[in-house]
Design a protein around this ligand. Sequence first.
Ligand code: GLP
Length: 242
Amino acid sequence: MRVIVAADPAAAAELAATRILTLLHSKPTAALGVATGSTPSPVYRALSRAQLAEPLDLSRARAFALDEYVGIDARLPQSYRSVIDAEVTEPLGFQRSHVSVPDGSAADLAAAARDYEAAIDATGGVDLQILGIGHNGHIGFNEPGSAHDSVTRVVTLTQETRKANARFFDDNIELVPRQAITQGIGTILKARSIVLLAFGAGKAGAVARALEGPIEEASPASALRKHSDVTILLDEAAASML
Ligand code: GLP
């Protein structure tokens, strides 16, 4: 595991964007694992700038989102489908049919989760997974207690996570869905390479626990230490408890 403390989030985002561009240059059919949340946004913006300056043909590349809320209309701006389309699909020039997001409005959610896991496997797996981290150490929507070999499934969000995400729902926790479909920790660990980003003092505790605490189910991100190709990109505040 490599831990890089960058001068600021923008510098960390540039490093992640460079990793992604290098991959897409060498493998035009690559599958990118994309996360939502505020942390990866500067990475996608850096990629958009690079695409404007020197466009790369992404028509054969694929992307898989980590998760989606259950019961949300995919057309609402808070749905992860909308977020990924606005931050990744459209600005970077992916084909929409090549960008997959779990179907949180499926009638049979368990089947949708199984199909999602199968779709990732069918394309040969994710080459590079971008991750953020929740304040409680969650990755994707794998809350503390998730098995480290878990696969894509329906999960119940903790109150803490719903509270943290209320900022995207008019600061009204009642509007935040209670469940999500998320790639499992085992699914995430199947990616060939993983880059996790964390910025700000609010993430310092989660980062320290993930990197230096016990590898245990109570600490979802600690599972990343079982993977052989993980890069952690931090700003100084997020690294302050290491
Ligand atoms: C959500 C997402 C995670 C993300 C986390 C942190 O819960 N499901 O994938 O890592 O939020 O979000 P932020 O980067 O906004 O702090």
